[in-house]
Design a protein around this ligand. Structure first.
Ligand code: COI
Length: 359
């Protein structure tokens, strides 16, 4: 199926020279491209009004359900310039699939996966000038909100799907390649039966206070423990986590409904397995981590996600005392996995699973 997108002509608001300045050091999520894609949904009518239009404010009735009951989901993905000059997406169908799963969990209509992919490609092609050269990328933020003006608590009958694009560098300030994390003492991210596996704004809203506490304590990210026992490591505020053991094996918390099924997480598991590395998707207790670092059993840890890519964890702050991992620099396994992943994304090495799709 190919949808007909109405194109609203729009000369760029910035000159090529200004755009180059903006993209020199864009940081994360502060600079935006010229256009957005919008598609509307009305119950009984389906998806309609597909547009590529100038990026700008969205008119929203103050009674729109998203503003009251937070019916919202989103995705994070990136368009890259490959070394041979192509524009590529990395496993975009995985984002389309997860978006559909998130929609189901939030009682929202499921955007057909091919329409999701088409919308993303439309924006990338339209705003290709905004894809940074070098190691930067164009971060894509598809999202959907409930727009029906109605205050009763039920799933809305009207929705707006939008895709935004933002040229980005590293997620962490100053492009740092190792981060410090702090265990959330009072707050959890998701409980059994909740929305932990969905990529919905509410999960992130609920994490902000714990993230702010981590920052107030000099850390970059919060790490959440499970809601039932407060014992098992789940994920960071905006990314999954891996542990590297001294025998070279990897471990990451298992998906069980409370953890976001990261595309980067799944890719690392696959790449490690391809290389003959043992990967365990198994619960890992926080206190065991502390003990394993002290005994030298665990030698590295890293955070991973579309935005963070792979970022080493160098220090952990917790009520029971702080501990450091390695010498503050990314260790060899983290560096190797990062190189493998980015190598595929940039077309520098073979792509055995056909993950990279040229737009
Ligand atoms: C991503 O890694 O793309 C995310 O969505 C995490 C965060 C920036 C919200």
């Amino acid at each position: 199926m190919t949808a007909a997108f109405t194109r609203v002509p729009h000369p760029s608001l910035v000159t090529a020279a200004d755009r180059a300045v903006l993209m020199e050091d864009p940081g994360f999520g502060r600079v935006f491209s010229d256009h957005m894609v919008t598609i509307r949904y009305t119950a009984g009518q389906g998806w309609h009004s597909h547009k590529v239009e100038p990026r700008g404010p969205i008119p929203l009735d103050p009674a729109a359900s998203v503003l009251h009951y937070a019916q919202e989901i989103f995705e994070g993905m990136k368009a890259y310039k490959t070394d041979d000059g192509r524009v590529a997406l990395f496993r975009p169908e995985q984002n389309a699939r997860r978006f559909a799963a998130s929609a189901e969990r939030l009682a929202m209509p499921v955007l057909p996966e091919d329409l999701f992919l088409e919308a993303v490609a439309e924006l990338v092609k339209t705003d290709a000038d905004w894809i940074p050269e070098g190691e930067g990328s164009l971060y894509l933020r598809p999202f959907m909100i409930a727009t029906e003006a109605f205050l009763g608590v039920r799933a809305a009958n009207e929705y707006l799907f939008v895709v935004l694009a933002s040229p980005v560098g590293g997620y962490f300030k100053g492009g740092k390649n190792s981060v410090t994390i702090r265990v959330s003492e009072h707050y959890t991210r998701a409980a059994r039966g909740g929305t932990g596996a969905a990529k919905c704004g509410g999960n992130y809203a609920a994490s902000l206070i714990a993230q702010a506490e981590a920052v107030a304590n000099g850390c970059d990210q919060v790490v959440f423990l499970d809601a039932a026992e407060g014992k098992w490591i789940e994920e960071l505020g905006g990314m999954n986590v891996f542990f590297v053991f001294k025998d070279g094996s990897l471990q990451t918390p298992p998906l069980g409904g409370t953890i976001l099924p990261g595309v980067t997480r799944a890719s690392i598991i696959q790449l490690a397995k391809d290389a003959g590395v043992t990967v365990r998707e198994a619960p890992y207790a926080f206190e065991q981590w502390r003990a394993d670092v002290a005994s030298g059993e665990v030698v590295e840890a890293f955070a991973c996600g579309t935005a963070a890519v792979l970022t080493a964890i160098s220090k952990v702050v917790s009520p029971g005392g702080d501990f450091t991992i390695g010498d503050g620099k990314p260790g060899p396994v983290t560096t190797d996995m990062l190189g493998k992943l980015v190598g595929i994304q940039r077309g520098r090495v073979a792509d055995p699973h056909n993950w990279v799709q040229t737009v």
